[in-house]
Design a protein around this ligand. Structure first.
Ligand code: TYD
Length: 338
């Protein structure tokens, strides 16, 4: 199988590329990535000389560049390319509309022109919005509440419309909150771990009782692989970790592992606007097809913390670059929570 992966230099994309090359000796992968702030070629340095792997720099919104990348012989496209951070979508929504919606449209058109046999859109549980109780299955109404989630929901609807209108062989995976190595340190877990490793406080939004369902990146990648190989075109599949935890529980675990006193290191700051209180995914549909998460959450989290401890050379250059400006702008003005 010849795969075109977009956004393969990001967190989930790079883990996916590495895992697929390791587990499928007969696959080849072209990685098409714009190298935004979140895309890091160092994430794939271990496979850059693999003859089955090729990197091409480009933007999914650039039709000509996509056309060249898709070329002849691509069997499947897996679209990871996206702006993904909710806080950034609150301050700069337009970038999300461009990459997440327009970029998906450009890819769908290229897939249609070239008769590619599988197009997998990597989406998110955030498209369902806040889930008050129970869990959202794939037929649950889309009710996104942040500009990020709305851009992903818009793309999902367009992807499904291509199936109905043109018969495009599309699939959607909707993953829950993902953690693991190589995650850009703006997201909760790597931000808090690297803050603590730098002996800084961690900014917990509001009361910290928001609930997320945590999924190890390897389980997420195997879920995407499963949808790609076994999913029915025109369908979406939830990929949930089944590990519902409050943010404060996660924070406590990180503090304990790193030997930091909660009184000193936790700073409750004002809440994120429109903050979704709870996500919960029902993944029965994908489980019926034979996928299930394998990584124990407590073990996976502990290993992830250790990975950041052992890979300072990966995250230090990130944190001292443009990230430092972002961090200041995002957090400096936040007041303490009441
Ligand atoms: P995040 O990693 O941004 O993922 P998402 O918003 O897509 O779920 O945030 C996970 C949770 O952690 C979310 O409820 C917001 C919270 N959070 C904080 O409390 N402080 C922070 O500095 C960040 C980045 C997130």
């Amino acid at each position: 199988m010849k795969l075109l992966v977009t956004g393969g230099c990001g967190f989930i994309g790079s883990n996916f590329v590495r895992l697929m090359l390791r587990t499928h000796p007969d696959w080849s992968i072209v990685n098409f990535d714009k190298l935004t702030y979140a895309g890091n070629p160092a994430n794939l340095s271990s496979i850059e000389d693999d003859p089955r792997y090729r990197f091409r720099r480009g933007d999914v919104c650039d039709e000509a560049a996509v056309e060249t990348a898709i070329g002849p012989g691509v069997d499947a496209v897996v679209n990871f390319a996206a702006e993904t951070h909710v806080d950034r979508s609150i301050t700069d929504p337009e970038a999300f509309l461009r990459t997440d919606i327009l970029g998906t449209h450009v890819l769908l058109e290229a897939v249609r022109r070239h008769g590619v046999t599988r197009f997998l859109q990597v989406s998110t549980d955030e498209v369902y919005g806040h889930v008050a109780d129970g869990s959202s299955h794939e037929g649950y109404p889309l009710a996104p509440r942040s500009p990020y989630a709305a851009s992903k929901a818009g793309a999902d609807l367009q992807v499904l419309a291509y199936h109905v209108t043109y018969g495009t062989p599309v699939l959607i995976s909707r993953g829950s909150n993902t953690y693991g190595p190589y995650q850009y340190p703006e997201k909760l877990i790597p931000l808090f771990v690297t803050n603590l490793l730098e002996d800084q406080q961690v900014p917990v939004y509001g009361d910290g009782l928001q609930v997320r369902d945590w999924l190890h990146v390897d389980d997420h990648c195997r879920g995407i692989e499963h949808v790609l190989l076994h999913g029915t075109p025109g369908h979406a599949y939830n990929v949930g970790g089944g590990n519902a935890r409050t943010n404060i529980e996660i924070t406590q675990r990180l503090l304990t592992q790193l030997g930091k006193d909660p009184q000193r290191y936790v700073r409750h700051v004002e809440d994120r606007p429109g903050h979704d209180r709870r996500y919960a995914l029902d993944s029965a549909k994908l489980r019926t097809l034979g996928w299930s998460p394998r990584v124990d959450f407590e073990e996976g989290l502990a290993q992830t913390v250790t990975w950041y401890q052992e890979h300072e050379s990966w995250w230090r250059p990130i944190r001292s670059g443009a990230f430092a400006d972002y961090y200041r702008a995002q957090y400096a003005s936040l007041r303490g929570a009441k």
